[in-house]
Design a protein around this ligand. Structure first.
Ligand SMILES: [Zn+2]
Ligand SMILES: [Zn+2]
Length: 338
């Protein structure tokens, strides 16, 4: 099979390697499409410091390729002898991380915080081996373009649930920010988007979002007047101290830190501001099982116009071009076709 192997920052090669052999409890998925996640780009460009090869947070094995492709849709090609719930030909997606099921977090249903959690990084290959317990079946009627959104949408659902207010502000109108906005509106929230880049503001407006503000200095005044009239929760879909400082300044929160910050950064927080305004600062990472099930249901029912986020579809052989186009800022969501 062909797989994209990481050799160093911005150095990947598509090579012929053996199809992975599955264990008794595993399934082999023939990849159909993969959505490119910002995390994949961080690994590709070396922003995360190391590839997934030497990262202790990732699963090991001959089918670890150094990239973190995980927004997968594919068809079951082979099932292990102990697998009961999947058959050859089933349309599936899968969990992006393993969880032990027995630690205090897993027992509380918080699999995203599992103490033995490992990322499964087996995308960007024609076949993916995965324990069946981490796979989810998809209805055959699902729009195939929408299926790779199962994981990012689950992650977004997890974050949006941390905001009890009807008013939701989102910093960053990139693919994740817009996904948050789509879901927020779907569940009846009033959404305000804040974005730095003019092209992304235009893109969001074209998608039909009404309140899209520039997060540049001038428009912050306008943002502040909006925030004055209502109580808002904020999710920062982007990392970086500047975005979080702005969020803390704009509202009592919750301020949900959703985007990772690379390289890592710290901010100064005025403790009295937190004390006297009961500010809530929290984070959101990955998703729990109920988020994934909700995401899959929304995708199967075609409730969200997810395909509008896709700006590029590239053949697997064009993976380098796809990644570089994202880095140049030319894309919103990109999918790789196998
Ligand atoms: Zn992702
Ligand atoms: Zn656990």
């Amino acid at each position: 099979m062909r797989a994209a192997i990481y050799y160093g920052p911005k150095d990947i090669k598509i090579e012929e390697i053996p199809v992975p052999e599955i264990k008794k409890d595993e399934i082999l998925i023939k990849t159909l499409r993969i959505g490119v996640c910002p995390t994949d780009i961080r690994y590709y460009s070396g922003l995360r410091g190391e590839s997934t090869f030497d990262n202790p947070k990732f699963t090991r094995g001959p089918d670890t390729f150094g990239l973190s492709g995980h927004e997968v849709v594919g068809k079951v090609y082979e099932v292990g002898t102990d697998v009961r719930d999947f058959s050859v030909g089933d349309l599936v997606t899968h969990e992006t991380f393993t969880y032990c099921g027995v630690c205090k977090y897993c027992r509380a249903g918080l699999i995203n915080l599992c103490e033995r959690k490992l990322d499964i990084a087996r995308g960007y290959a024609e076949f993916i081996r995965i324990p069946a317990r981490y796979a989810y079946k998809l209805n055959e009627k699902v729009k195939i373009k929408n299926a790779p959104f199962a994981e990012p949408l689950a992650v977004v659902i997890h974050a949006v649930k941390k905001v009890p207010q009807k008013n939701l502000a989102i910093i960053g109108a990139g693919p994740m920010g817009l996904l948050m906005a789509l879901y927020g509106i779907h569940i009846g929230k009033k959404v305000v988007l804040l974005e730095q880049k003019q092209e992304r503001i235009e893109f969001a407006k074209k998608m039909g979002f009404e309140q899209v503000l520039s997060s540049q200095e001038v428009d912050i005044i306008e943002a502040k007047s909006i925030f004055k009239n209502d109580i808002f929760g904020i999710i920062s879909s982007v990392g970086g101290g500047k975005a979080i400082q702005l969020a803390i300044e704009l509202t009592s929160g919750p301020v949900v830190i959703f985007g990772g910050t690379y390289p890592p950064e710290s901010i100064n927080v005025d403790l009295n501001a937190i004390h006297y305004s009961e500010k809530i600062l929290t984070g959101s990472t990955d998703h729990v099982i109920s988020d994934m099930l909700e995401s899959i249901k929304l995708i199967e029912e075609g409730d969200l116009p997810l395909e509008k986020l896709i700006t590029g579809e590239y053949a697997f052989a064009e993976l380098n071009n796809a990644f570089n186009s994202i880095i140049s800022g030319n894309e919103m969501k990109v999918q790789i076709l196998f």
